[in-house]
Ligand binder design. Structure first.
Ligand code: NDP
Length: 453
């Protein structure tokens, strides 16, 4: 078991808002190993005392753990100002006489390559582990390069490429629905399903994260990683076993069945857009290009939509649309499985019949099935069967930290999975960069552009 964490980027937002509150949650539940220690590092010229004060303030704001647990977590912390790109500095952080250590890269993605290179030359051991935040690479070539560096020193199961969607309840929601019921899997195919939409639509705007978001955009921030993982859960075959090897195998196989988008279909199958001035509720929102920290020259999209085809008999001809955007009229985060219409001889006789739609919440724990029931006389009515599941005990980050401490890579992205995802996205990013798909606009607080007819 991992008994120590070296946290690179310890002064950042992720550390104080999500990681340390997650650790406090595990501490409260008595799930941390005895003597667990966290060594924080970053550019900041902080002392351990400064770091402890910073995290204590973060915990007060973001953690529901008791005061004594928060105090205990703060007591686990030390801090060393570090140039994280230097091998000697990393070796000093790791130390010699120590338990197995998880090195967590809570750093800007631009630092992943130099930091992993420094780590590869350091005192890292094969029994240590590395956690890397998203986005893993900037394109297929850079993801391959990061994998090569990682594999110099570590076996794949101790490399934790993080996608918190995979560590959330979403996986259990989809897996349980599909494989622990008899009624869904027999209709989970192209004969019954007409199309699948996977959407993450937000009314939120940049929330102070322009530096990161303007360098990424909707496609790299959401579609390439989170929505691609949701797609894999829908497409995948049943794993032979519920263990890391089988579950990662079926996810990668699922992504392999997705056809690489072609130049001819690019303007029909992809949409890129960004928001202009508007209002969301009572909030006035400036045009994206006028948001503080945005460089209009980057031409970053705030809405991305991508329709994919799948070369696999189960899914022949079914379009899968992945879309995500900011500053939209409303929030919607779900997988919508749209079933084929019934034959006309039935729908003609029963006014009101509509095709079934199964909706699975990506963020909220719901499953909803629109179902046709009998209406008055000889009509039909559509009613929704709605179920919500018991909320999880832990946050996604608490769950994933627990998995890493136990060296279980099941809910982390394997190297080849990251590369498959980039294989699908790369041609789209290249076509967009070459101006082959025009940038559209939508007013903040409104619906995103419609797909081409
Ligand atoms: P921040 O910009 O808030 O923090 C980045 C951290 O990296 C800071 O501690 C910063 O230290 C440190 N750092 C930057 N440059 C150097 C350097 N040259 N040497 C040493 N340390 C350096 O980023 P976030 O915490 O928001 O994000 C970190 C990672 O987590 C990113 O990959 C992001 O994509 C991912 N992520 C973040 C989420 C969030 O909600 N924040 C959610 C999901 C993923 P200093 O302050 O001293 O400059």
């Amino acid at each position: 078991m991992i008994e120590r964490m070296v946290l690179l980027g310890a002064s950042g937002d992720l550390a104080s808002r999500l990681l340390l509150p997650a650790i406090a949650q595990l501490a409260q539940a008595g799930l941390l190993p005895p003597g667990f220690a966290i060594v924080g590092a970053s550019n900041a010229e902080w002392t351990t005392q400064d770091f402890r004060q910073h995290i204590a303030a973060g915990l007060e704001q973001h953690s529901t753990a008791s005061a004594s647990t928060r105090e205990a977590v703060v007591g686990m912390l030390t801090f060393q100002p570090t140039d994280v790109t230097q091998t000697e500095d990393i070796s000093r952080l790791l130390g010699d006489d120590r338990p197995d250590t998880l090195v967590y890269l809570a750093l800007p993605p631009s630092l992943f390559e130099p930091v992993l290179t420094a780590l590869a030359g350091s005192k890292l051991r094969r029994s240590d582990a590395v956690a890397i935040e998203k986005p893993f690479g900037n394109d297929l070539a850079s993801a391959r390069h990061l994998n090569e560096i990682l594999h110099l020193r570590l076996p794949e199961p101790t490399i934790f490429r993080i996608d918190h969607f995979l560590s959330s309840e979403l996986v259990r929601r989809v897996v349980a629905l599909r494989f622990l019921n008899r009624v869904f899997e027999p209709v989970w195919n192209a004969t019954q399903i007409e199309s699948v939409d996977i959407s993450w639509l937000e009314s939120l705007t940049l929330e102070g994260r322009a530096t990161y978001y303007d360098g990424a955009g909707a496609m790299k921030d959401m579609v390439q990683n989170h929505l691609m993982e949701a797609l894999a859960l829908v497409l995948m075959e049943q794993p032979a076993r519920i263990d890391a090897r089988s579950f990662r195998d079926v996810r990668v196989e699922a992504l392999r069945t997705v056809a690489t988008p072609t130049a001819e279909r690019m303007s029909r199958d992809t949409i890129r857009a960004r928001y202009t001035e508007g209002s969301i509720g009572s909030r006035q929102v400036p045009s994206y290009v006028n948001e503080p920290g945005v460089d209009p020259g980057r031409n970053t999209e705030t809405y991305a939509s991508l329709t994919l085809r799948v070369d696999y008999p189960r899914w022949a001809g079914v379009p899968f649309t992945l879309r995500s955007g900011k500053a939209l009229a409303e929030d919607a985060a779900e997988i919508a499985i749209r079933f084929r219409p019934l034959p006309a001889y039935l729908t003609d006789q029963w006014p009101g019949v509509e095709p079934n739609v199964l909706r699975i919440g990506l963020n909220e724990p719901y499953v909803r099935l629109s179902t046709t029931l009998n209406g008055p006389e000889k009509t039909a009515e559509v009613r929704e069967l709605h179920a919500t599941t018991t909320p999880p005990q832990f946050t996604a980050y608490a769950h994933l930290i627990l998995q890493m401490l136990h060296n279980d890579p099941m809910l982390f992205i394997r190297g080849d999975e990251a590369e498959e995802s980039w294989r699908i996205i790369d041609p789209v990013m290249k076509a967009w960069a070459a101006g082959q798909v025009p940038m559209q606009e939508y007013a903040a607080g409104h619906a995103p552009p419609d797909p081409a007819p």
